[in-house]
Write a protein that binds this ligand. Structure first.
Ligand code: FA5
Length: 349
């Protein structure tokens, strides 16, 4: 037994001298001082020895253990000191070049639609309008009924949309993705009394074939002004001023009669085509004009529905397509580029 202990000690000390890093040292500790090491095993069988042998062998075994533990501590200190010196030498050798250019942080930017939407809202804010927003998922009542478009009205054909799969007991679908921002006219009037001056930016949805000027999801900005003595002149003046601020005074603007059940009279406003200068091209469908908004004087029945007396109050409303206006502002020839997520396109704005 004593011979075995001596052998363990000399082998362990021998191996220790050749260890060069802390990881190797930890392996060594597990091998010679760990629970399954030969030394621990030897200490365990001590109990089985006769008393007189146990004392002598026990003392030697504990001494070997103490030697190994001390050697381990000393080696660990020495290795740590060595690692520290190496690190110090490396730091001294290393140089920090403060003149190196920093790593560029990739910057995002606002989508062209958002940029134009904000510009438009700013113009109307400067004319005293407030900005409000409303829900994308709308009730049939606000999107159609309250705007003089009952279930059997042919004007519903102009606004084919996506219906939400919720049925009333009578089997009707009352919920849809709004086809225009006009339902917000009703929501705003229901909760305020005149005077009203609001613009409502937001997304709208239409179930239609896409082409260079038509998308199925787009942004509109609705405008509504209600007060005593508001006339068609106010409508034209406001929209002319808006066009002048956004496009400059050299751009031509055209008003023509149009039909929307919730206004009377109704108009559409168009801007001369930027691509062909008015001579006619693919973008403007050969007409030389690009329609940007529908507008009109709010229909008396709509006013009555929200308890506004049409003998006292009158007003105008308009709804414009933001992408169409962005196309005119930036000279973009295809509306489908806006939401095709092509960074080559988006990075230009
Ligand atoms: C309307 O949506 C009416 N709510 C506008 C209105 C408001 C009239 C208030 C009277 C009073 P219209 O469907 O014409 O009207 O759309 C208005 C504008 O949205 C169009 O002039 C056009 O600029 C844009 N627009 C309509 N459909 C699309 C589409 N599929 N893709 C791109 N832009 C569109």
């Amino acid at each position: 037994m004593l011979g075995k202990l001596d052998e363990i000690r000399s082998k362990a000390i021998d191996e220790l001298s050749s260890i060069g890093d802390l990881r190797g040292l930890e392996d060594w500790r597990v091998r010679y001082l760990g629970k399954r090491s030969a030394l621990t095993q030897a200490l365990r069988v001590l109990a089985e020895l006769p008393l007189e042998q146990r004392r002598g062998v026990g003392a030697v075994a504990n001494e070997v253990k103490a030697i190994l533990e001390r050697s381990h501590r000393q080696k660990k200190e020495a290795l740590k000191e060595k690692a520290y010196q190496q690190m110090e030498a490396a730091v001294k050798f290393e140089k920090i070049d403060v003149t190196l250019p920093g790593r560029p942080i990739p910057l995002g930017r606002l989508h062209p639609t958002t940029q134009v939407l904000r510009q438009i809202c700013d113009i109307f804010l400067s004319m005293g309008f407030q900005v409000v927003e409303g829900p994308d998922v709308e009730w049939d009542y606000y999107n159609f009924e309250a705007l003089n478009i009952p279930r059997d009205h042919p004007a519903r054909d102009m606004f084919s949309t996506f219906w939400i799969d919720v049925e009333t007991p009578s089997g009707e679908l009352p919920m849809l993705l709004r086809t225009h921002t006009s339902p917000m006219q009703i929501r705003v009037m229901e909760r305020t009394r005149p005077p009203v001056r609001v613009v409502v930016p937001g997304k709208i949805y239409r179930y239609e074939a896409t082409d260079a000027t038509h998308e199925t999801m787009l942004y509109q900005i609705e405008g509504l002004a209600i007060d005593e003595n508001i006339t068609f002149l106010d409508l034209k003046g406001t929209l002319y001023e808006f066009a002048r601020c956004l496009f400059g005074s050299q751009r031509k603007v055209r008003f023509r009669c149009d039909y929307f059940p919730f206004v009377e009279p109704g108009v559409e406003m168009a801007i001369d085509c930027f691509a062909c200068g008015g001579s006619g091209c693919r973008l403007c469908g050969g007409s030389g004009w690009i329609e940007i908004l529908g507008a009109g004087m709010v229909h008396p029945d709509v006013l009555r529905r929200v308890d506004y007396d049409p003998d006292i109050y009158t007003g105008f409303a308009f709804g414009m397509g933001v992408e169409r206006i962005a196309m005119l502002t930036y000279g973009i020839e295809d509306i489908r580029l806006f939401y095709s997520n092509d960074l080559r396109f988006l990075r230009q704005f």
